[in-house]
Design a binder for this molecule. Sequence first.
Ligand code: RIB
Length: 301
Amino acid sequence: MHGPLVVVGSINTDLVMRASRMPQPGETMMADGFAILPGGKGANQAVAMARLGASVEMIGRVGDDAFGGLARTALAESGVGVAGVQTMPGMSSGVAAILVEHNGENRILVASGANAHVGFDDVPDALLHTASMLVLQLEIPIETVYRLIETATVPVLLNPAPAIPLAVSRLRGVAFLVPNRGELAVLTGMPVTRTDDVVAAARRLVRAGIGCVIVTLGPDGAVLVTQARVAHVDAPIVEAVDTTGAGDGFIGAFAATLARSGDVDNALAVAVRYASLSVTRHGAQASYADATCFFQSTPTS
Ligand code: RIB
């Protein structure tokens, strides 16, 4: 794999409040803290890849407001190529309102803004044939995602988040599909409570033409399912303070490691540890370690 990793996806600014619990309907309560942080599933994944030393190009859109400038700067400062990030005059940038409880659980509401205008033609054709991998999520128009999958000749990784019903027939040929448990349930309509259920649901997607399904299981690690095998990787036990962007960190670390080593099992193991480390810190991009810090903190890699 020689070309850059190419992420086509959302770029948001996260408005984050922390509280001991969520307010009830009609209730006003005081937060413990507030932060404005760079986010967006696409941008988060790109930043995690770059922090781990990968060459990454981001394709997306921001508005011409202050949030767009902040988000673009955050990407560039992390080493992500931003030549493919367009600024749309008169448009708002993507924003996410995020509530985080003390146990690290979050609730996220996204206003798409410019992300809703990311189109197939935003992606230079050459990248669809020279990237080491094309990485997609679902915070941009679904038709853009389907056309990119159908056109790219390089391996495609799709993170089907946030969860929406998809035409699985239009995902045929995706090399890596990386849902969490909830997203897998929405995709397949199958139970996903036990690990056996997860494997059965993932197998159905593999039978439908997806190369490899990797289901992220939070504190239970991740499970990989292909036609030939099933592999489960346990997660280290950590104290979670904020799970925001953990799945994005997983995908970024998986893609960056796979691009470097070409070894899926190694990439999976690194991704599980990288996501586990991210939940011990606040924020999404703010929680992603760089390569030096990560490999020092998880010396078995
Ligand atoms: O996956 C976490 C991300 O989801 C946040 O950064 C937020 O912007 C939303 O896109």
